[in-house]
Structures are given as structure tokens and as C-alpha cells.
Design a protein around this ligand. Structure first.
Ligand code: SF4
Length: 327
């Protein structure tokens, strides 16, 4: 294992990484300022979600809820409607709860330290440190999957998450903590990537013991599943069902009714699409059916006109299907 660099080497390493970040960082909407509300929204959205998917939702979310007060005053269904398509809806629910606490109990004043942020719903160790360092300059390091990979490769050993936090603290530039943290994450996302690290372009090349020699961790094989939905239309409205309030996933959200395989009798689907959630790829087929098929006491079913869809907390897949419907 590579020892911690000397103080002189650490100064050079920090300078090199920050200079690289200043020149090469991606221009992302949440990097335009260090407003704590915007940093918080972006950090919650970016959890387990690709940057490209977040960019659109981030703009729409801020347009609808420009301040913590507007978010706190919103109904949960409105928050979920704007979040629709990002997945992991518990993030939106907890952020909404935290907004109410900030607006009402803290009179709109945001926490400043990572320790204070962790007292809010939905804020773990990484998110608290990211917000406190980026928005308030607190000298605290962050470790996400990207940072952990960079550190493992730099120091030449798989040391585990806790050891990576210690390493990250020892590397941190305490004057520019927020930028340093973002630089480490950016490096992992764009240069020290899982499969093909671009070592000759890496600002940490001189201090890296593996220089790309560490094999990528094996990726879990993706699963493949089929989903079948029924589409019933009446005078421009569509029949939707609500997921149970106690469902472990997407509780209370609206979607098209699932269709038992036997009910489509070998007919051709009116739409076919692919949908990916975490480690599973879904082949989705949608069949046109008569409304009478869905009479069931087990679910809440309602007709919704097209003008209502945007404001409805739809599952991401339901929104995708509805957007593809011919007029
Ligand atoms: S030199 Fe290569 S392996 Fe080492 S940190 Fe940079 S990109 Fe990653």
C-alpha cells in the first residue's frame, strides 16, 4: 500500500487536482453558484442517478419550487409529479419533509455544518459533507463511489469505505474543500472511470501507485424482465391505478394497470418499449383493452384527462408510456 504523501507532495497534489478541475470541469447547472438550496436539490437528485438524467429534472424542479419555502408549502403529490421519472421517490418525500422543517422550525435558515445537515430527513454522511463543503466551505471530505475508486487506485489497495474516508480527509484541500471534493468526484466520473481510466490525462498520475493496473470490479449481470400493461381510453382520458400507500416501491404513485398475460389473447401490443431500473432491463408491452377488464376492489382506479397528467405523481414508466401515445 502506498503511504500517505509527504506534506510537500500533498500540496502539489492538491494544486494539480484543483488546476485540472478549474480547467476541465463540466459546466453543470448546479455549479453556477453555491446557493445551499440549489446545492441540496442537486445532491439529492444525483444520488444513484446519472448526471444527464438530472439536468432536465433539476431545471424543472427549480422552476416549480424556486425556494425552500415554495417547496415546503407544496403538496407531496406536486413534488412527486415533478420528480416523476427520476426514480427513488423516497428521496423526494424526505426532501419535502426536510424543507418543511427548514422553513418552519428553522425559519428558512439552512444548516451550515455537515453535523447539522445530518439531522434532517434523507441526509446521510456523504450528502451532509457534500452540501456543507460546497455551499459553506466546511473543511470536510466526501466519499462516493467515484472517490472511493480513485483512492483505491491511487493507494494500490482495496481498503474499504471507512478507510477511504480517512484517506479522503488526509488529501483534502481545506481552503477549497468544496472544489476539492467536486474535483475528486469529477475525476472519478470522467477520467478515472471504472472500465478504462485515462491515466496519461490524469492530474494525479504522479502520485498514483496503480496507474490503471487495478482491474475494474466485476459488474453484476443485468436482469431482464417483462412487463405488460393495459391501456383503456375514454373521451381523451386514460384509466390509471394508484399503487398502495404501503407499497415498498413508488407508494401512492399512479400507473397503467398491469395486465395478466392471459388477457391479451395473443393480440399485437399497441406500444413496445424498454425501461431500465437499477440492475434490471424491462421489456414493456402495452395492449389496448376495454375498461371493464379493470374492475377490482384491490386498487384505486380513476380516469385522468391528458391535461391532468403533468400534475400527477406518475411512475417514470407510466409517464414514458403516456408521452408516446398517439393523440
Ligand atoms: S493515474 Fe489512472 S488509475 Fe491513477 S487515479 Fe489517475 S486515472 Fe485513476
Amino acid at each position: 500500500m502506498n503511504p500517505t504523501p509527504t506534506p510537500a507532495a500533498l500540496r502539489k497534489l492538491r494544486r494539480a487536482l484543483l488546476a485540472w478541475y478549474d480547467e476541465h470541469r463540466r459546466e453543470l447547472p448546479w455549479r453556477r453558484d453555491a446557493d445551499p438550496y440549489r446545492v441540496w436539490v442537486s445532491e439529492i437528485m444525483l444520488q444513484q442517478t446519472r448526471v444527464a438524467a438530472v439536468v432536465d429534472h433539476y431545471a424543472r424542479f427549480l422552476q416549480k419550487f424556486p425556494t425552500v419555502q415554495t417547496l415546503a408549502a407544496a403538496r407531496e403529490s406536486s413534488v412527486l409529479a415533478v420528480w416523476s421519472g427520476l426514480g427513488y421517490y423516497h428521496r423526494a418525500r424526505r426532501m419535502h419533509q426536510a424543507a418543511k422543517l427548514i422553513a418552519r422550525q428553522r425559519r428558512g435558515i439552512f444548516p451550515r455544518t455537515a453535523e447539522e445537515w445530518r439531522e434532517l430527513p434523507g441526509i446521510g454522511r456523504y450528502t451532509a459533507a457534500a452540501i456543507a463543503s460546497i455551499a459553506f466551505g466546511e473543511a470536510t471530505a466526501v466519499v462516493d463511489g467515484n472517490v472511493e475508486r480513485v483512492i483505491e487506485r491511487m493507494f494500490g489497495a482495496v481498503e474499504g469505505r471507512e478507510a477511504a474516508w480517512h484517506r479522503a480527509e488526509s488529501l483534502l484541500d481545506r481552503e477549497r474543500a468544496g472544489d476539492f471534493n467536486q474535483a475528486m468526484m469529477e475525476l472519478g466520473a470522467t477520467v478515472c472511470t471504472p472500465r478504462a481510466p485515462q491515466c496519461p490525462m490524469c492530474p494525479l498520475h504522479n502520485w498514483c501507485v496503480s496507474r490503471g493496473a487495478n482491474p475494474a470490479r466485476p459488474q453484476a449481470a443485468r436482469k431482464r424482465r417483462q412487463l405488460i400493461y393495459g391501456l383503456a381510453r375514454r373521451n381523451g382520458s386514460v384509466l390509471l391505478v394508484q399503487r398502495p400507500a404501503k407499497a415498498s416501491l413508488m407508494a401512492g404513485m399512479w400507473e397503467l394497470p398491469a395486465l395478466p398475460e392471459a388477457q391479451h389473447n395473443g393480440a399485437e401490443p399497441m406500444a413496445k418499449l424498454r425501461h431500465a431500473i437499477t440492475d434490471t432491463d424491462y421489456d414493456v408491452s402495452v395492449f389496448t383493452v376495454a375498461p371493464a377488464k379493470f374492475h377490482s376492489s384491490a386498487v384505486t382506479a380513476r380516469w385522468f384527462a391528458e391535461r391532468q397528467w403533468e400534475r400527477l405523481p406518475l411512475t417514470g414508466l407510466a409517464r414514458k408510456i403516456l408521452r408516446r401515445l398517439p393523440a
